[in-house]
Ligand binder design. Sequence first.
Ligand SMILES: [Zn+2]
Length: 185
Amino acid sequence: MSITALSPMSAARLPLSAAFLQALHGAARHDAALAETMRDAGYAAGQALHVQFTEWLAQRHEAPPAQLGDQRFPTLLAEFLAADGWGTLTIESIGESVLSLSSPDWIEAPVHLEPSGQPSCHVSTGLWAGLLGEIAGAPLAALEVECRAAGAEQCRWLIASPDVLAYVYEAMERGTDWDRAAASA
Ligand SMILES: [Zn+2]
């Protein structure tokens, strides 16, 4: 991780077009080092997004993110992200210890390009780990298991502790479907 600390200005909001993210996405298709850099940058953006989400909630007289109930949290996070144009997000629990985030219209995936071979919304993958790790107060890892840029109908990420996600990843490497792997974690 090359980006570790947020400066006071890091949570400033910039109106950048989706084309910025999608151009990075396209450039990382054949560049594993760039993909990792994008996940690191997404992680820092996710930490900053936690600040923004907290402020957004306060303006609505809602509790801070970590104190929202299991019903309110998914609804409000989805509303917050949709208002900024990220896409339509569904947040669900799978089994005891895995969270699923999915979207049929997530903005990072450039679906106008030829489908890539594997999930590749790297900035968003880092974003979830940064944002949700801040909310949980503990390290979380994110893995994109379905991606619109790879021809799927939606992008879907699994979020869990690094140990649990490593177990899910290894099960998937052995050929287990992501949903069965996540449910058994
Ligand atoms: Zn994707």
